[in-house]
Design a protein around this ligand. Structure first.
Ligand code: FE2
Length: 260
């Protein structure tokens, strides 16, 4: 059996996360022989991502950058989403949105489809991620891909598990992003899909999901007008590593990753 390693990296938060990723991801890719890497970058500039930062992530090990609920927080990204097919925004937001929600990409082991979706539980109103994922999986160019990876940017653990089980065996790996807290449930679902509820965060270790602790305490428990501020200090990279059988397109192992 020939296998390859796929890495999903959790939400990159602000300069602390960007710098840590850029300093460590290239070497980690070599160390783990990672054949394909998807990085969620929707918080790379706090809320949203600038084109220059997306370029920075891609030149330091991200084959594809995925986004989420803050995709359009910085409007400079809109045109970039149309121009660069290696960055994806959720596929189930308004059809008039700039950019793409999925893509088919070359890889050393064959064509790979990456799909970015967003949840609806405790999130803004969006189209159904289930209907959109089924639509994408039926497209001829996607059906020809032996490897399909899904980044589901969602709040609720139940919504992530339910959507993943509904496509078990039909996608290679399915991971959650958005909560910035890594879950301890990396696993292979019964029909062969690699899964984790949330891959975690790439950013400051001592923070409240990437934000400065004191500012978050004030915002949440004191002055409601207080502003969140990006945290700095020692950082970490969190994600999940999926080992994939190149013959079957199924996952054979899934484990969490945390670099500090
Ligand atoms: Fe998010």
């Amino acid at each position: 059996m020939k296998t390859v390693n796929i890495l999903a990296v959790g939400d990159v938060c602000s300069r602390a996360g960007i710098d840590f990723l850029c300093a460590n991801l290239p070497a980690f890719r070599r160390f783990k022989n990672v054949a394909f890497c998807v990085v969620n970058g929707e918080n790379a500039n706090g809320l949203g991502i600038m084109p220059s930062v997306a370029d920075e992530l891609m030149t330091h090990g991200a084959d594809v950058v995925t986004l989420g609920n803050h995709t359009f927080a910085l409007r400079q990204i809109a045109q970039y989403l149309d121009e660069n097919r290696y960055i994806l925004r959720p596929s189930n937001i308004t059809p008039r949105a700039q950019g793409r929600g999925f893509g088919v990409f070359d890889s050393p082991f064959g064509d790979v489809c990456v799909v970015n979706l967003i949840g609806r539980v405790a999130m803004e109103p969006n189209e159904s991620p289930k209907i959109e994922l089924e639509r994408v999986l039926k497209l001829p160019e996607v059906r020809e891909c032996r490897f399909v990876f899904v980044d589901f940017h969602a709040e609720a653990t139940s919504e992530k598990l339910a959507l993943a089980h509904s496509v078990d065996g039909r996608v290679t790996a399915f991971w959650g992003t958005h909560t910035h807290v890594q879950t301890n449930d990396a696993q292979i679902l019964p029909h062969g899909t690699g899964y984790i509820t949330d891959v975690g965060m790439t950013g400051a270790i001592h923070s409240v999901i990437g934000m400065r602790v004191e500012a978050s305490i004030e915002r949440l428990f004191g002055d409601p007008t207080a502003k969140h501020e990006a945290a700095d200090g020692p950082a970490k990279l969190e994600g999940a590593l999926f080992e994939v059988d190149t013959e079957t397109g199924q996952c054979v192992s899934a484990e969490t990753v945390r670099l500090v």
